[in-house]
Design a protein around this ligand. Structure first.
Ligand SMILES: Cc1cc2nc3c(=O)[nH]c(=O)nc-3n(C[C@H](O)[C@H](O)[C@H](O)COP(=O)(O)OP(=O)(O)OC[C@H]3O[C@@H](n4cnc5c(N)ncnc54)[C@H](O)[C@@H]3O)c2cc1C
Length: 767
């Protein structure tokens, strides 16, 4: 069946119009003849980017054909998308992705590879201005077989083992529901663990206040390696239709014990049969096996530079910098379906509508930047925009129900990284987990190693426990009235030149200060800092946003740190978030393009077509009235500098309220005080915004205040400590902790009694 509507073709049959091999050869011919800028049709493109063994691969992107058969022309220097007939493609015939980090790029590349035009908006002036850029440690790759010298193979790691590590780190204390090993594959509805609602949320279970989604972890573990190959290790063409253009991240490599023609059966990145190097895998805290690929200690930079370059080179993707989404636009005539976003141009201070028939993806990161101590970069980063945009949408639609977690969930679980560089009047700088993985020791000012007081795994204990240990020790000096700092990271026992080679970014950061520091010779002062947002905008496993009562917000998607899928539960396993961006960003791209492979595929594609048609109708109706579009140019609007300064001052106050009241260790009274201060700040921020005339600083504090209040409210509503959310109840104001307890705590296995031990240690200092 070929449905032609408004001049665009929708292929509604599950039977391919051409055989797989015909399609493959057609696509291959186009590549070989270097036909630049010509999009060779949905089916072939889809075929090229997916495995031919998937029967739906040739037809699944049928919906994408509404915007495919496009050519790109670049005569004006700007990308302009045209239908093959020559008709210009309207600017709103696109997917709008908010964010140029790893999640935004994964969504954009995947959607574009399936024929959907994409505009990626980012708040910074360069695409690389995002958290993703600053990732140090690496990204989880895969479970692999190691070939021994005698030819035997050793299975070093499995998806099950990774799922189990994610569970342990999450703070969820129940057992796994699926204990059977599964092979790497696309995680679809057939694999879902007993999801009675079939809402694709996955199986979310709770213990000790922590919600954890085992399905999300399986999806990450099973699909992760494919997404890494598709998005970061291309170009590849394995002859089975798997290809990936443009992005080859220069991950570190290691030499194999043996070399042979069959050694790359696990996709470890051998470049030829003779090549005896493969991707180097490192071990990080709380991982059962070495499975992290990296580029020295600046993996995020290597990934971001490569993936944004690949996305920018794609004919169907355009980037727009200095563009801040301030509100989502919904259609009041169709249940609040999202049809675009209001966008503030930082250069002109103008706010204009950006419409998008294919919907909007929130890939705008987390909210670690709203804390006084944060590892997240400055500028318009990690200010809780995704949460604020979603909450404002629901408030406008008036659809939040009292007592419902609603469009955001699990916001109390803000992960604090245990070790950021703590020097007066300097921005915090992350000292990666890998340092402790490589043997760094936490010491107090007197040189005593203190981590084992808090957990038997000492420096390698879960992040939240190490963070509380460092926080508690750093508070001790303050309690003593001493000016000195009391928590340090010590690497001086390791070989100096090895350290400089392994951690070049850290070395260069420290040595390029006005008063240079040398981490090979001296202890480094550290403090925990807000690092990662485990909660976020409530999402199912395909990236659809769910609101209060579980309804899906049509045409609104979320991916990456912005999303709460339940993957991390109450705490995140190191190095999972870059992979999360790749896996869940790709899912959104596929969903938008109509690539669905379960039993209800046809129904879903029809639903998608209807949504797009509805969105197109709503947008065209609005445009007819407004006679404007986001692309219109005009004079810059003047801003009132005084109002901008007010906004900056309010943001600074807000960050300190978040740190003091909603920080590493929380108390019910501290949370109550912080909530009422933040509620007042939210009103003040809205007042500033109304007067600001498009000043980006006002947009920043407006989002930070809205999301900060949501975090404080979520934390107040959950008085059970779990994962990264730690509430100290005032009644445990402790009896003095004996030296014996301090030292002896390390001896026992840490179960719930040991939790009490840790609580007493923390309470002795903090309360
Ligand atoms: C110092 C540091 C080290 C880390 N190390 C690791 C690691 O080793 N391994 C790992 O897996 N993870 C690591 N992480 C976490 C990981 O980097 C992030 O969780 C992940 O990169 C988030 O990706 P993202 O695409 O969701 O968001 P981001 O990369 O944060 O991108 C957000 C994008 O949204 C844009 N944006 C924000 N608000 C708006 C708005 N209102 N309108 C328009 N655009 C907007 C920003 O400009 C940016 O482009 C680290 C994080 C930090 C801070």
């Amino acid at each position: 069946t070929l449905l032609v509507k408004r001049g665009r073709a929708f292929h509604l049959s599950d039977k391919p119009v051409k055989s797989d091999s015909e399609l493959y050869n057609e696509a291959k011919r186009s590549v070989r003849s270097k036909q630049k800028g010509v999009f060779f049709g949905t089916s072939a493109a889809t075929y090229l980017s997916r495995s031919s063994s998937r029967s739906l691969s040739t037809t699944a992107a049928a919906v994408a054909s509404s915007s495919s058969l496009l050519q790109s022309s670049s005569s004006s220097g700007k990308k302009s998308l045209r239908l093959a007939s020559g008709e210009r493609c309207a600017p709103h015939e696109r997917l709008l992705v908010l964010g140029s980090g790893v999640a935004g790029c994964a969504a954009a590349l995947t959607a574009a590879r399936h024929g959907v035009p994409v505009t990626v908006l980012h708040a910074g002036s360069v695409k690389e201005d995002c958290n993703s850029y600053w990732a140090q440690g690496g990204v989880i790759y895969r479970n692999y077989r190691l070939k021994e010298k005698d030819g035997s193979e050793k299975l070093v790691d499995t998806p099950l083992s990774l799922v189990n590590d994610i569970r342990i780190a999450s703070g969820y204390r129940g057992a796994l529901q699926r204990n059977t090993p599964l092979e790497e594959c696309h995680y679809d509805a057939s694999l879902l663990l007993n999801d009675p609602t079939s809402s694709k949320m996955g199986q979310i279970c709770s213990t000790a206040g922590v919600n954890w989604n085992e399905d999300a972890a399986w999806k990450l573990a099973l699909e992760g390696p494919t997404r890494v190959r598709q998005l970061l290790l291309g170009p590849q063409d394995d002859g089975a239709g798997h290809t990936s253009t443009g992005c080859v991240v220069p991950f570190d490599r290691t030499t194999l014990p043996t070399a042979g023609p069959d050694d790359d059966n696990d996709g470890m990145g051998k470049e030829s049969p003779e090549d005896n190097t493969v991707l180097s895998l490192c071990l990080e805290a709380s991982h059962a096996a070495p499975r992290i690929i990296h580029h020295a200690d600046c993996t995020g930079r290597a990934i971001t530079e490569s993936i944004t370059r690949a996305a920018a080179a794609h004919p169907l993707i355009e980037f727009r910098g200095d563009s801040i989404a301030t509100d989502l636009i919904s259609d009041e005539h169709s249940d609040g379906m999202v049809i675009g976003a209001k966008v503030l141009d930082k250069n002109t201070n103008k706010i204009e509508a950006a419409y998008a028939v294919h919907g909007v993806v929130l890939a705008s990161g987390g909210l670690g930047g709203i804390y006084e101590h944060s590892t997240n970069p400055g500028g318009f980063n990690a200010l809780g925009s995704s949460v604020a945009l979603a909450l404002r949408l629901e408030e406008r639609l008036n659809s939040s129900l009292p007592g419902e977690s609603g469009i955001t969930s699990d916001l109390e679980y803000v992960q604090f990284h245990p070790t950021s560089l703590c020097l007066p009047n300097e921005a915090r700088f992350l000292l990666t987990e890998a340092l402790r993985g490589e043997g760094a020791i936490l010491r107090d000012a007197s040189g005593r190693a203190f981590a084992s007081d808090y957990h038997p795994s000492a420096e390698l204990a879960p992040r939240d426990i190490v963070a509380r240990a460092v926080f508690t020790e750093s508070q001790k000096a303050a309690a003593d009235g001493s000016d000195g700092h009391n928590a340090f990271l010590d690497m001086t026992h390791r070989d100096a030149s090895w350290l400089r080679d392994r951690f070049p970014t850290i070395h260069s950061h420290l040595s390029s200060r006005d008063s240079p520091m040398d981490f090979t010779k001296e202890k480094i002062p550290v403090i925990p800092a807000a690092h990662y947002t485990c909660g976020g905008v409530t999402s199912d496993l395909s990236g659809r946003v769910h609101g209060s009562g579980g309804q899906v917000h049509r045409n609104l998607y979320v991916a990456g740190e912005a999303a709460r899928t339940g993957l991390h539960g109450g705490n995140r396993l190191a190095s999972t978030s870059l992979l999360e961006g790749l896996v869940f960003g790709s899912s959104v791209g596929e969903l938008v393009a109509g690539v669905v492979s379960d039993d209800d595929a046809m129904e879903k594609r029809e639903e998608l077509i209807q949504t797009m048609e509805g969105a197109r109708y709503a947008i065209e109706r609005r445009l007819a009235v407004e006679e404007q579009s986001y692309t219109s140019d005009g004079d810059a609007r003047p801003v009132d500098e005084k109002v901008g300064d007010e906004a900056s001052a309010l943001l600074a106050r807000l960050k300190s309220v978040m740190w003091d009241g909603v920080g590493v260790v929380r108390t019910p009274s501290g949370l109550a005080d912080a909530s009422s201060e933040l509620a007042a700040m939210k009103d003040e921020a809205e007042f500033i915004w109304d007067r600001a005339g498009g000043d980006w600083r006002a947009a920043a504090v407006r989002d930070a205040a809205r999301s900060g209040l949501a975090v404080a409210e979520a934390a107040s509503a959950n008085d059970v400590s779990g994962g990264a959310h730690y509430v100290l109840h005032e009644e445990v104001r402790s009896e003095p902790v004996s030296d014996a307890a301090l030292v002896g705590a390390a001896g026992g296995g840490f179960g719930s009694e040991d939790d009490e031990e840790e609580e007493a240690l923390v309470a002795a200092v903090v309360l």
